[in-house]
Ligand binder design. Structure first.
Ligand SMILES: Nc1nc2c(ncn2[C@@H]2O[C@H](COP(=O)(O)OP(=O)(O)OP(=O)(O)O)[C@@H](O)[C@H]2O)c(=O)[nH]1
Ligand SMILES: [Mg+2]
Length: 308
């Protein structure tokens, strides 16, 4: 049986193997993705982002519990754009999640060194989980940079987690976090200043451009499992609101465009590199660029025209 068929039939080991392929070399899983693709795209993908240590993993764990209790099939992806390795924190998370037994599938994704790797691997990992039958995927990512905004682009609903006392986070808000958040969570609301932080956030959101969906600002104490049900409710409400949004079709087309453009870029690079390696031109051109006889864009153009 093919790996794709096995995943569709609910084989966890086949899923784990495919995810490893996707992580180490996105293109390597093309065949598997092609087989399962008709069975993807359903359900809700929730992105959870925020500065290190704000409680994202704890919230994800509690949200998983909420959605399991509501009969959803939950998958979790912990994406770490900053680390080329699966860090200790993520391993700790994994142990915690696996306490939930086989109802939740949890996986960490790291860059493994290649730039832009996560932006390629993340949608494929989501598709594999959907093919496996998961209809609620929680996507945790840390940081406040472009890579994080890129990864969150694959979420239907983005949750931005902050803690009382915005302080350092103001920087992150300038970097566009305010624009990508559909739901704002003030976690560690057991700490002083939570009310003020919520007020400040609401003010900032009201100052922004008018949108059909005004992002709610919700307090949680994830550790104590307080307020998490309200976050789950808000996720479902946002999914419903999106369903009525005439822009949804346009969004799906944009997503398709991004996937096809990325795949096209991958295939063009592979084809041109393989062909120019085969006739020995590749090394000559690299030498020319290394010795500054040729500029990189000029080199690429020449190789493309010779081999595409
Ligand atoms: N006081 C308090 N602590 C919390 C709460 N939620 C989580 N924590 C604690 O905050 C710490 C960080 O929690 P994590 O869930 O690992 O945070 P994270 O955002 O996933 O961290 P990174 O993945 O490392 O960025 C842990 O010690 C949690 O127990 C809360 O509501 N109140
Ligand atoms: Mg975490």
């Amino acid at each position: 049986m093919s790996v794709g068929r096995a995943i569709l039939d609910g084989d966890r080991r086949a899923l784990a193997r495919a995810l490893t392929l996707v992580e180490s070399d996105p293109g390597a899983a093309d065949e598997i993705i092609a087989e399962v693709f008709p069975h993807t795209g359903h359900g809700i993908v929730v992105g959870i982002t925020g500065a290190p240590g704000v409680g994202k993993s704890t919230l994800v764990d509690r949200l998983a519990g909420q959605f399991l209790a509501r009969g959803r099939k939950v998958g979790i992806l912990a994406v770490d754009p900053s680390s080329p390795f699966t860090g200790g924190a993520l391993l700790g998370d994994r142990v915690r999640m696996e306490g939930r037994g086989s109802d939740v599938f949890m996986r960490s994704l790291a860059t493994r060194g290649h730039l832009g790797g996560l932006a390629r691997a993340t949608p494929r990992a989501i598709q594999l989980l959907q093919a496996f039958g998961k209809d609620l995927i929680l996507l945790e990512t840390v940081g406040a940079g472009q890579s994080e905004v890129d990864v969150m682009g694959f979420a239907d609903t983005t949750i931005v987690v902050v803690v009382p006392g915005l302080g350092d986070d103001v920087q992150a808000f300038k970097a566009g976090i305010l624009e990508i958040g559909d739901i704002f969570v003030v976690n560690k609301a057991d700490r002083p200043g939570a009310d003020q932080t919520m007020r400040e956030l609401r003010q900032m959101l009201h100052l922004g451009p008018k949108r059909p969906w005004l992002p709610p600002v919700l307090p949680t104490q994830a550790q104590q499992d307080v307020g998490v049900g309200e976050v789950a409710d808000a996720i479902l409400r946002h999914a419903e609101a999106r369903g009525d949004d005439p822009a949804l079709g346009e969004r799906r087309l944009q997503e398709a465009e991004r996937l096809v453009r990325d795949a096209l870029a991958d295939q063009l690079v592979q084809t041109v590199v393989a062909r120019s390696q085969a006739d020995g031109r590749w090394r000559d051109v690299l030498s020319a660029v290394a010795e500054r006889r040729l500029d990189p864009a000029g080199a690429a153009r020449a190789l493309y025209l010779e081999n595409a």
